[in-house]
Design a protein around this ligand. Structure first.
Ligand code: GLU
Length: 319
C-alpha cells in the first residue's frame, strides 16, 4: 500500500504555491488508492505558530482535500506534529553518534561567513570542515566555552538518485557539505526530522516542491546512515509569476484564507491549479475529487510554471 504525505511548516498562511503541492500530493495518493498523511512540521520554534496549523487544516478542507492520518485524526504512526516527536529525533541522533557519523562543531556564524566561499546565505553553503579535524584536547577546550552543534560527516564520494520529475541527479563529491542535524540550542534540523518521520511513518512517496530538490541528497545520506530504505521522490515545479520570476509580493500574499474570505469558490482555485498542472485543457471550475481519475504527472515539466495575469486576476476577483 502506497503512503504519501503533505508536510507543511505552520510559519504563515498557505498560499497558492502550497495549495498546488498539496493538491498534487493528495491526487497522487488518491489516484493510487494509497494512504494520505498530514504531518505538521512545527519544530522551527519562533517561525511556527499553532494558529497557522489550524488555518492549514481549514484551508485544505476548503479545497476539498482530506487525509487518513493527521494531527486531529490520529493514526497508527502518530503523533503527527513534529513538536511531539522530539524523542524520536534524539534517538536518531544517538544512533548516528554511536556509529561515529557525527562530530561537534563550535563554529560561530561569523567564523563560517568568513571562511565559506559564499557565506551562509543558503542552506546549500558548504561547511568548510573546520571542526572535523579537531583533536580531543581542542574539543574539550572549546566545549567549555559553548555547546556545539552536531554535524554529520558526509562520506567523500559522489551521490546519484532519480527524481520522478527532475530525472537523474548527480552530486559530485564534497558538494553536500557536513550539515547540521542538531543545533547548539538543541533544535533538530529539518533534514533530520523529515527523514526520521518519513521513515517512521512508512512513507513510500514524497511529492513536494522543486525548492526541496537540493535537500534530497542530504536526506538520502541520512537514510543510508540510519540504514533505512528511502521513499521515492518527485519534486514538482514551483508556481511563479507571469514573467517567470517569483510571484510578486501581492500575488504571494494570495493566501487561501484571503481567497476564502473574498468568496472565491474553491472549485475555481482547483480548476486553475489543475490547468497549471496540465490536468485540464481549460481552467474551468472543478472539484478536487473529479481530478482523481485524471491524475498524471506526464504533462508537467520544468522547474517553474508561470501563472498568467488572467489566472492571478480571476483568483483575486471575487465570485
Ligand atoms: N515542511 C517543509 C516545508 O513546508 C516541507 C517538507 C517536505 O515536504 O519534505 O517547506
Amino acid at each position: 500500500m502506497r503512503r504519501g504525505r503533505f508536510a507543511p511548516t505552520p510559519s504563515g498562511p498557505m498560499h497558492i504555491g502550497n495549495a498546488f503541492t498539496a493538491l498534487l500530493a493528495w491526487l497522487q495518493m488518491r489516484h493510487a488508492s494509497g494512504t494520505f498523511v498530514l504531518r505538521i512540521e512545527d519544530i522551527d520554534g519562533p517561525r511556527s505558530r499553532p494558529g497557522y496549523t489550524q488555518l492549514i487544516v481549514e484551508d485544505l478542507t476548503w479545497m476539498g482535500l482530506d487525509w487518513d492520518e493527521g494531527p486531529a485524526t490520529g493514526g497508527p504512526f502518530g503523533p503527527y506534529l513534529q513538536s511531539q516527536r522530539l524523542e524520536l529525533y534524539e534517538q536518531a541522533v544517538r544512533c548516528l553518534q554511536r556509529s561515529g557519523q557525527l562530530y561537534p562543531c563550535y563554529c560561530s556564524r561569523a567564523e563560517l561567513a568568513a571562511s565559506a566561499p559564499h557565506g551562509l546565505a543558503s542552506e546549500g553553503a558548504v561547511y568548510p570542515g573546520l571542526c572535523k579535524a579537531l583533536s580531543e584536547e581542542e574539543r574539550r577546550r572549546k566545549a567549555q566555552l559553548k555547546p556545539p552543534s552536531l554535524r554529520v560527516a558526509i562520506p567523500e564520494r559522489s551521490f546519484s538518485f532519480e527524481d520522478g520529475m527532475a530525472g537523474i541527479q548527480h552530486v559530485p563529491p564534497g558538494a553536500l557539505g557536513d550539515f547540521v542535524v542538531k543545533r547548539a540550542d538543541g533544535q533538530f534540523s529539518y533534514q533530520l526530522a523529515v527523514v526520521v518521520d518519513d521513515a517512521a511513518m512508512g512513507i513510500t512517496d514524497v511529492l513536494r516542491g522543486a525548492d526541496l530538490l537540493d535537500s534530497t541528497p542530504r536526506q538520502l545520506v541520512l537514510y543510508e546512515l540510519l540504514e533505512t530504505p528511502p521513499p521515492s521522490f518527485c519534486h514538482v515545479p514551483l508556481l511563479c509569476g507571469p514573467e517567470g520570476g517569483r510571484l510578486s509580493k501581492r500575488d504571494r500574499s494570495l493566501s487561501l484564507a484571503t481567497l476564502r474570505t473574498a468568496g472565491i469558490p474553491p472549485e475555481r482555485l482547483i480548476g486553475h491549479l489543475a490547468y497549471a498542472a496540465g490536468l485540464l485543457h481549460r481552467p474551468e471550475p472543478v472539484k478536487a475529487t473529479e481530478l482523481v481519475p485524471l491524475f498524471t504527472l506526464e504533462r508537467l515539466s520544468g522547474e517553474r510554471i508561470a501563472l498568467s495575469r488572467e489566472t492571478l486576476g480571476l483568483l483575486t476577483d471575487s465570485a
